[in-house]
Ligand binder design. Sequence first.
Ligand code: ADP
Length: 188
Amino acid sequence: MNSMEWTIQAGRTVEIREGDITRVAADAIVNAANSGLVGGGGVDGAIHRAGGPSIMRELDGIRARIGRCPTGGAVATAAGALPAKYVFHAVGPVYRDGAHGEPELLASCYRKCLRLAEERGVRTISFPAISAGIYGYPIRDAAAVALREVAAHLGNPANSVERAIFVLFGDSAFEAYLAVWRTLRAAK
Ligand code: ADP
């Protein structure tokens, strides 16, 4: 299996690996949800299947309280049978052309998940490539946003998150993240 790891500062690492996010243990697993919080295909379907019905029951309660989750936002539930304590259901933007606020909305998803993580004292968090599936975000552009936000968060020693794992589905998504990471490093 493909995997690569970088140290941002002492004890703070970003890992990129190929795989199924439902099989990777972390304190919090991030889901690429939709604003209805109703479940769907892709990683959302995989998370609900592997986590079991308790996650949707909890989302039913959240939906009853807040209605839809806005694009760029995220809500937290417990993780059911997944190897995690929490699932953060993040609502990424549907990609149109990149000029309709998509980068800001995608960055907002990552920041919101990292805030939910800090509020819960999460030390390890895993992310899929939010918006880069059915929502059509070009994978390299999505990777640049994701890696920038997460690396910045890990660069702050006051934060509780110590390890972020990007779990990419398939070799081409993994290679895209790897290429973007190398570009970001070279630009420093
Ligand atoms: P979105 O609607 O936000 O685009 P998708 O679930 O369609 O969400 O896709 C997001 C990314 O998650 C895609 O790159 C897709 O290949 C990937 N993906 C699908 N299933 C899994 C899984 N089990 N683990 C990790 N990533 C997954």
